[in-house]
Design a protein around this ligand. Structure first.
Ligand SMILES: NC(=O)c1ccc[n+]([C@@H]2O[C@H](COP(=O)([O-])OP(=O)(O)OC[C@H]3O[C@@H](n4cnc5c(N)ncnc54)[C@H](OP(=O)(O)O)[C@@H]3O)[C@@H](O)[C@H]2O)c1
Length: 370
């Protein structure tokens, strides 16, 4: 029998007839019922997810932070997210111990907190990338006798620019592993016995969307790896200590407008450190791994929906672009430096010739005078 191709106008009737035939058959009706059930369940899941999103970001009440203890300790406290975190905690009436490298910046930030919020503020300068047992002993001494209710392991270091691991400076690898992974583990270890004894406390580890949200972060592999440690460490430690009254959380931002991200102007997907820290403080005592800023949360939902290969390709493309831009800028700077050096050399040579000529002239004048 020859095949008859339906015209465009006949297609809806044909589909309808086939659907009717399907429903009429018992297996077809069951299939359709299952399909509708699946659709209803999916719609319910989406609705619950949406309500959960709105509740977590805007509706659920904040914890009373002072009930964890009178003091908070913040690392990387003099800039960006850490500084903003200190302000948010001081605003809630907590005394703060600030830890960073630069003593003068620490003193300025502490003075500002005392003046603006009337809280106590102490400082402890330490280069966490060179953390040794002595460094931890120094920090331990600074915390002696304080009821530390909140520890914010915020200090973190990243790549200067996205790069293939083979090309990354050795020291940068040591620094990232030390500051991002070793130090949070050691400082947590330091404050946990006191928190456990009191049966209350919170440890916040500032992670990164590079590990918690995005499936892979090529060209930032060591940074993302250390932040994956932060995520798993936080969730594991939370499971370990939550039954004892101590909570541990990974709070993971995507972009925030700070020196590290090199984003100067805040935008919807890269809030100011203040906006991010205000959102983060609202989530203290909640999920063991969370994205506190709502727009990052939305980005997380979309990343989860998209296939990994697509996200990975996008991220690799962005990082490749940033790397190329870095090398273009470097080449331009080197070319400018070479031109400037050549100019200086030419000037020097001309000055030298001038000096020689002047010396010759002086000699001639002396001979003439004689
Ligand atoms: N900004 C983002 O887009 C972004 C995104 C995801 C995750 N994060 C995470 O958020 C955290 C804070 O980042 P940020 O952007 O606020 O950084 P930032 O603006 O560069 O500030 C870094 C802070 O850490 C201190 N610090 C740096 N190296 C240190 C060291 N070796 N020892 C002690 N203190 C040191 C700095 O003060 P001194 O220089 O005086 O020591 C400064 O107070 C990091 O863990 C980072 O991985 C940031």
């Amino acid at each position: 029998m020859p095949l008859v191709t339906p015209t465009l106008g006949e297609i809806p009737q044909l589909l309808e007839a086939q659907l009717r035939a399907l429903i009429a058959a018992p297996a077809g009706a069951t299939l359709l019922a299952l399909g509708l059930l699946l659709l209803a369940l999916t719609a319910l899941r989406v609705a619950i997810g949406l309500l959960g999103f709105v509740y977590s970001y805007w509706l659920r009440p904040e914890r009373n932070l002072k009930r964890y203890g009178g003091w908070a300790v913040v690392t990387g406290a003099t800039d960006g997210i850490g500084k903003a975190y200190c302000e948010q905690l001081a605003r809630k009436g907590l005394n703060v111990v600030l830890i960073s490298r630069t003593e003068s910046k620490l003193q300025d930030c502490a003075a500002e907190l005392r003046e603006r919020y009337g809280v106590e503020a102490r400082v402890c300068s330490a280069d966490l990338s060179k953390a040794t047992p002595e460094t931890f002993a120094k920090i331990g001494a600074a915390l002696e006798g304080l009821e530390v209710g909140i520890l914010v392991n915020n200090a973190g270091v990243s790549y200067d620019h996205p790069e293939y691991l083979g090309e990354v400076d050795d020291q940068a690898v040591y620094d990232m592993v030390a500051v991002n992974a070793l130090v949070p583990a050691m400082l947590s270890k330091m404050v946990l016995p006191g928190m456990r004894e009191r049966g209350r406390g919170v440890i916040i580890n500032v992670g990164s969307g590079a590990a918690t949200i995005i499936p892979t972060s090529p060209l930032l592999s060591v940074y993302a790896g250390t932040k994956a440690f932060v995520d798993c460490f936080s969730r594991s430690l939370d499971a370990e200590y939550a039954p004892l009254g101590v909570r541990v959380q990974n709070q993971a931002p995507l972009f925030v407008a700070t020196k590290m991200s090199k984003i100067r102007r805040a935008r919807l997907d890269a809030p100011t450190p203040d906006a991010w820290a205000a959102a983060a403080v609202r989530q203290i005592g909640r999920e063991s791994s969370f994205t506190p800023y709502w727009f990052h949360g939305l980005q997380r939902v979309f990343v989860r929906l998209a296939p990994d290969w697509l996200i990975n390709r996008q991220v690799m493309g962005i990082h490749q672009g940033l790397r190329s831009r870095y090398y273009r800028r470097l080449a331009k700077q080197q070319a400018e430096a070479a031109v400037a050096a050549a100019g200086e050399a030419a000037e020097g040579a001309a000055e030298g010739e001038g000096e020689d000529a002047a010396a010759g002239g002086t000699k001639r004048e002396l001979r003439r005078r004689k």
